[in-house]
Design a protein around this ligand. Structure first.
Ligand code: ADP
Ligand code: MG
Length: 412
């Protein structure tokens, strides 16, 4: 006997996936079905924003906002979706594939409740959903766990880049000694430091620290899609147990053998495991320079008081500005700077800065023969010529960078 009397209520939708295209996240589809049967829908980014204010959205308990690397360009939109969802009393589970820690951090700060990496680990979505619905028994004393930490040890290392504007302007010397001074900066609580030689061809970090160049580096750098922390760790070499070094590959390779994604992944990986990531860059601009520039917290451009440096500084400035890249991130550092007493030298520095329209923020003294000798012995200056004026200046720089980072961390 059929009657039209008891039409079952259509299942209210209790959750939605929100993504560029949910088909990119087929494991999420499976897990949503497993957890919710039919009681969920899928929305695009723009649709989601429109939907939150509709009456049908009232039954919505959470959204699973799924994003990958490409969506990072739309971080503002994603942030807005989170804000609006939260304002409508809807919880947000962030599902992220290949998204940088910086972006994740930003989205979690917008109020995303849970973070699950994609591909989804077994049961992870269900567990995140369960956590959403457990009444908040947050004891006041217990800090809320940082969701990011679930995927492994997660730091947010500062990225410090050194780029010599002309060959021999001291980029590698600066990168090595700065990395080493950072490792020594606080004996009681030494920060972890990773030094990365991205000067793939000229790379002399290994020579200056007397470390072998290994074939495995190239393999790791060109297969970053499958790189995990073990693989990354294997590519590193320790200098005196205090500094981890990713040397340049053993073979002379073209600079574009790696691409922006590779570089981004390596930087992300390093950042998530070290307090400081120091990068020595090639002197030419490459396809992935922009990636490094964007990742950098501080970007030192090393120059000398000569025509070559001046011309290259100008070229770099024009190149960055024409591409709308953050030129203001550059901190110009003058190597082999004239002494205080050298008045004509000092006025030349001033004129150089003015004529290039740059401010020379840092001056490093000539350290004489000791600097090259130290490198020849495979040692940082601190270990071979601790009183060298160049060493002292770099040590000062390291401690001021460290102080800065700490006061930022306290302010946050
Ligand atoms: N401030 C300095 N005082 C003395 N020698 C220096 C100084 N900076 C660099 N050098 C020496 O100059 C040479 C080139 O430096 P390097 O760091 O290899 O430059 P880059 O990496 O920019 O090519 C090296 O022999 C190094 O020891
Ligand atoms: Mg070099």
């Amino acid at each position: 006997m059929s009657s039209g009397m008891s039409q079952p209520e259509p299942n209210p939708i209790v959750a939605c996936t929100v993504s560029r295209d949910v088909q990119n996240f087929d494991l999420l589809i499976e897990d949503m079905e497993m957890a919710l049967g039919e009681a969920w829908g899928d929305l695009g980014f723009a649709e989601a924003l429109a939907f939150f204010s509709q009456p049908e959205a009232e039954s919505l308990e959470f959204i699973a906002l799924a994003m990958d690397h490409e969506d990072e360009e739309n971080l503002i939109l994603m942030g807005e979706i989170i804000t609006q969802a939260k304002a409508s009393g809807i919880a947000v589970i962030l599902i992220a594939e290949d998204v940088t820690p910086a972006s994740l951090h930003q989205l979690l700060r917008k109020g995303a409740d849970e973070f699950v990496p994609y591909p989804l680990p077994e049961q992870e979505l269900q567990m995140a959903i369960d956590r959403l619905s457990t009444p908040e028994v947050e004891p006041a004393t217990e800090a809320r766990p940082s969701p990011q930490l679930k995927t492994g040890p997660s730091r947010e290392g500062a990225v410090i880049v050194v780029h010599g504007l002309a060959g021999g302007s001291g980029s590698t010397t600066m990168a090595i000694n700065l990395a080493w001074e950072l490792a020594l900066v606080d004996a009681d609580n030494p920060p972890s430091v990773c030094l990365i030689d991205l000067d793939l061809q000229g790379g002399s970090v290994s020579t200056y620290l007397d470390l072998p160049r290994r074939e495995f580096v190239l393999e790791m750098m060109t297969e970053t899609e499958t790189m995990d922390e073990d693989v990354f760790g294997q590519a590193l070499l320790a200098f005196e147990d205090k500094l981890q070094v990713l040397t340049a590959p053993s073979d002379m390779v073209p600079l574009d053998i790696i691409d922006s994604d590779d570089v981004q992944r390596v930087i992300d990986m390093a950042r998530s495991h070290f307090d400081y990531v120091v990068i020595d860059m090639p002197k030419t601009l490459v396809q992935w320079s922009e990636t490094v520039l964007n990742a950098a917290h501080v970007y030192f451009a090393m120059l000398e008081l000569d025509m070559r440096s001046a011309q290259n500084a100008l070229r770099l400035k024009r190149a960055l500005q024409s591409e709308d890249l953050p030129f203001e991130k550059l901190r110009f550092a003058l190597n082999r700077a004239p002494k205080f007493t050298d008045l004509s030298g000092k006025s030349r520095v001033k004129r150089m800065g003015e004529s290039l329209g740059i401010s020379i923020d840092l001056q490093l003294p000539d350290g004489g023969k000791q600097v090259t000798q130290s490198a020849d012995h495979g040692l940082p200056l601190a270990n071979s010529a601790a009183k060298n004026p160049l060493r002292k200046e770099i040590a000062k720089l390291a401690s001021s960078l460290h102080e800065l980072g700490r006061s930022d961390a306290e302010a946050a």
